[in-house]
Design a protein around this ligand. Structure first.
Ligand SMILES: [Zn+2]
Length: 69
């Protein structure tokens, strides 16, 4: 998945999610970080992804607690 620092990818939300979950390969993560500096759209996508990932983690924690794990 080539990332152009000057151009938004069509699946920026997915990429932002991968980035937040540290699932982006190193080169892509670096390219995306550079892109973030100049792209408010993707910066917003990362903020949304962070909220989303935190919500999922909190839910997973509650689930583990509920199951007594
Ligand atoms: Zn962008």
């Amino acid at each position: 998945m080539p990332l152009d620092p000057n151009c938004c990818s069509s699946d920026q939300e997915e990429i932002a999610e991968w980035y937040v979950m540290s699932k982006l390969p190193g080169d892509d993560a670096r390219a995306f970080e550079e892109h973030l500096l100049i792209c408010p759209n993707c910066a917003t996508a990362v903020e949304d992804a962070e909220e989303y990932v935190q919500a999922i983690r909190a839910a997973a924690r509650r689930l583990r607690v509920a199951r007594g794990l």
